[in-house]
Design a protein around this ligand. Structure first.
Ligand code: ASP
Ligand code: MG
Length: 469
């Protein structure tokens, strides 16, 4: 029997009065069928950015900016609150919001005086968005007759001390969840838990990384032994392509964990793989749904079953990349060039989205974000100073701006003819493919095209999914 449901609402889903009215309806409906419902919330859309921007200004010595930002945040939260809750309900949330804004200004003062903000300080500051939205949502639910209570995840989600990208200690978290959240669920109260936030065993506030409230939902889904986790966002689930690019993009009814990971890695606006793995591994059913269109069933993420027949499911483009190419006849057969190349890249702290090496060994090329291109090029010139002088390596070059177009579908590589169809479609659309890689897993093929041709490439591949217009 269905027992426990965890629902996470993202930034736009708690972003204003209209969204919160939707949220109330969704929670109320869920309570009709689920005896235990827990809610995880993001900060209101844009709030985390505002908090961090205020902190950065403070570090730079600006005394007035944090107060301005606090006033802006106060106005947004309080105006929303006033339209959704009154009297005592509103007063409780108002006090919590006020305390957060005080803390924000105190922390900004501290980093201004120090002239620097440690990752730990930034986490304390970034966590305040969720610590304001959770009381707000709890008040709105209570006012609407749904018993609810705000829960600060710093008391529940136990993490290591890797500030800004903390990892949970699942065992400790489960014990805390049972103690702090269990009793609320048992008495029919909806806990409204801050996403994104955790704390070390010693109580220092941490965050799980930007966009981390999906991860919170997964952690809490596992810790509360939920039957299902529903991620509420502002689109109808995971789509075949970006609907702004491909007009006929549609929602995918079902997608495997790997397919979703692949899409997320290549920049599609979907769940973070780190966030999904825990729930999918425990076979907790995961759904992505649209707060603003709750009738639409959304996308169900299923475990990899290895049997999905090969077909193209989705296509995405990841812009703002450049190709770095190392070229030279002297590279042929010399061991260690690739290892040295990527060690040098790694020293710049750059992550490589895609690699391809010609079998002739006369060149290695890989894709990095535009912003890192210069640093990477310098690091390579330094690393291969001797080889360049001896002309074993002729050149190290960066391309103009490109995009990685990734085509996703389980079992794709085992299906003869699929790659051919993709290249034919691209050829017919006049798109020039600069490099190809088999993707980082079984279920994707990635190609590099010029940024300006990325949209045409997506549309061309998309016709293979939905058919010609
Ligand atoms: N509020 C956090 C962020 O903006 C976490 C989230 O929304 O998932 O990164
Ligand atoms: Mg998010």
């Amino acid at each position: 029997m269905s027992q426990t449901l965890v629902m996470k609402f993202g930034g736009t889903s708690v972003g204003g009065v209209r969204a919160l009215r939707q949220l109330i309806g969704i929670v109320r409906t869920a309570r009709e069928t689920w005896p235990r419902v827990a809610v995880v919330v993001s900060a209101m859309s844009g709030v985390t950015d505002t908090l961090l921007a205020g902190a950065q200004r403070a570090v730079a010595g600006d005394e007035a900016e944090p107060a301005r930002r606090a006033a802006e945040l106060r106005q947004r939260h309080v105006e929303t609150l006033e339209q959704l809750a009154r009297l005592n309900n509103a007063a409780v949330a108002r006090a919590a919001i006020e305390a957060c804004l005080q803390e924000f200004q105190t922390l900004c003062h501290a980093v201004r005086v120090l002239g620097e903000a440690s990752p730990r300080a930034l986490d304390a500051i970034a966590s305040l968005g969720e610590r304001m939205s959770a009381p707000l949502v709890a008040a709105a639910l209570t006012e609407a007759g749904v018993k609810a209570a705000a829960v600060d995840a710093a008391r529940v989600v136990v993490t290591d001390a890797a500030f800004q990208a903390a990892s949970p200690d699942m065992e400790a978290t489960q014990a805390r969840a049972e103690a702090a959240v269990g009793p609320l669920l048992e008495t029919g109260t909806v806990p409204v838990i801050t996403g994104f936030v955790g704390a070390t065993p010693g109580g220092a506030v941490t965050t799980l990384g930007r966009g981390g409230s999906d991860y919170s939902a997964a952690i809490l889904g596992v810790a509360l032994e939920a039957d299902e986790v529903w991620i509420w966002t502002d689109v109808d689930g995971v789509m075949t392509a970006d609907p702004r690019v491909a007009q006929r993009a549609r929602t995918l009814a079902e997608l495997t964990f790997r397919e979703v990971s692949e899409l997320a890695f290549y920049g599609a606006k979907v769940l973070h793989p780190k966030a999904i793995r825990p729930v999918v591994e425990r076979r907790v059913t995961l759904w992505v749904k649209n707060t603003f269109n709750p009738q639409c069933p959304g996308t169900r993420v299923v475990p990899d079953n290895g049997q999905t027949p090969g077909s193209i499911k989705a296509v995405t483009a990841f812009k703002g990349q450049v190709i770095i190419t190392l070229e030279g006849r002297g590279m042929i057969g010399i061991p260690g060039i690739a290892a040295r190349t990527f060690a040098a890249v790694a020293r710049t702290g750059t992550s490589v989205a895609m690699i391809s090496q010609a079998s002739s060994e006369q060149s290695i090329c890989f894709v990095v974000p535009c912003a890192s291109a210069e640093a990477v090029q310098h690091a390579l010139e330094e690393e291969f100073r001797h080889e360049l002088a001896r002309r074993d390596i002729d050149s190290i070059a960066s391309s103009e701006e490109t995009a990685v177009v990734t085509v996703v579908g389980a079992g794709m590589r085992h299906t003869p003819g699929l790659a051919g169809q993709i290249f034919t479609a691209l050829g017919q659309a006049g798109v020039n493919v600069i490099a190809i890689a088999q993707g980082s897993s079984e279920c994707s093929i990635s190609l590099v095209v010029l940024s300006g041709e990325a949209d045409s490439a997506v549309r061309a591949v998309h016709t293979l999914i939905v058919g010609e217009d």
